[in-house]
Design a protein around this ligand. Structure first.
Ligand SMILES: [Zn+2]
Length: 81
C-alpha cells in the first residue's frame, strides 16, 4: 500500500472511514509505517485543535483554508457549528 494521503488521514480522524476493508488497510499501514504514524499524530492534533477552536472560540473555519484543510474538514466543521 502506498502512503496514506493527508485527505484520508483527515477522513480517518473525523470518523469518515467506516468500511472495514478501507479502515483495516489504513490502520495496518499506519502501524508499520513510521512516516505515516507521525503524520497521523499531527493530523489528530490538528483535528483536535480545530474542533476546540470551533467549540470554544466560535472559530471561523474559513480562516483555516489557507493552511490546507481538505473539503472533508469544511464539511465536518460546518456540521459542528
Ligand atoms: Zn506510510
Amino acid at each position: 500500500m502506498a502512503h496514506v494521503s493527508d485527505h484520508d488521514l483527515e477522513r480517518y480522524h473525523l470518523g469518515m472511514i467506516f468500511k472495514e476493508p478501507e479502515l483495516a488497510a489504513l490502520e495496518e499501514h499506519v502501524l508499520v509505517c513510521p512516516a505515516c504514524a507521525v503524520r497521523a499524530d499531527e493530523t489528530q492534533d490538528y483535528v483536535d485543535a480545530v474542533r476546540a477552536a470551533i467549540v470554544v472560540g466560535r472559530y471561523d473555519y474559513r480562516v483555516a483554508s489557507g493552511v490546507g484543510p481538505s473539503q472533508s474538514w469544511h464539511r465536518a466543521a460546518t456540521g459542528l457549528i
